[in-house]
Ligand binder design. Sequence first.
Ligand code: FO1
Length: 314
Amino acid sequence: MSKYLAITGGVGGAKLALGLSKILTPAELAFVVNTGDDFQHIGLHVSPDVDTLMYTLAGLDNPETGWGRVGESWNFIETFAGLGGESWFNLGDRDLAVHARRTQLLRAGHSLSDVIHLLYAANSIPFTTWPMSDDPAPTRVLTDAGELDFQHYFVRERCQPVVKKINLAAAGRALANPKVLEFLSDPDLAGVVICPSNPFLSIDPLLAMPELRSALAATQAPVIAISPLVGGDAVKGPTAKIMRELGLPQDAGEIASHYGDLLDGFVLDQTDADLEIKITHSGLAVRVAQTFMQTLDDRVDLAQTALGFLQQLK
Ligand code: FO1
């Protein structure tokens, strides 16, 4: 039985995750999610990338924002703000129940892995989904406005501060999820897909975990990444802005070399087909496809392309 692992974080990654979930069975597909965005907020443990994937796989995601739930109400946060509480991080009423239940379970001694299993099962999601670690591994962002917690940079400051460095030290100290390490050494593993998430904010935290990075480098299965850039700009979020601020060329070729020798293949958007030669010369196999996903069909088509590419690379 061929099995596949999808590495995802944020909104872009969740889109492809949905596409993969429509063509593979739970016995064939597992997810590992970035938890570097997690934070304690107003006494609650918030896990944005875990929840974005959950809502997306359950068909409950807010199609406008990509995060949070569709059909949300905002009575709590409005009332909380009226009492002088922080409201820069928008917590919808139904979303709030997820954070409250997760916090309650964690306080009762459950691991983040267990909590994810319980919350995903409660939303009838049959796919195995692992956090990159059960330990806290908060991403911090060094900017011209000082070092910021991830959500302060991303939401409170709306990604405006100029990024100097992404601080992944906590991820470097966190214990990589042994289930993921085990899956990467499974002889039935037929491929790994790095979804089109922000490489610097949503994928690098996982790769900053030495054991996870070396397990990915050592796996016998082919590893591919899908470009999160289309024509030099991110579909959503600050990927291109961060690349500019880090002094990197804002093109898909840079993304391919960012992942370096971890990759066997790279999926490039058709807008960037001119980069195919350059990337191929770096020793990578390249597929050109539509990576810009608007519809469910787009998500499924890109997932099919990714799987076909992995089968070709085996
Ligand atoms: N992103 C925003 O830009 N503004 C918000 O108010 C916001 C609230 C929010 C609540 C729950 C949740 O799971 C995600 C939320 N996000 C919000 C998105 C979140 O900051 C990002 O999805 C990830 O951390 C980065 O991909």
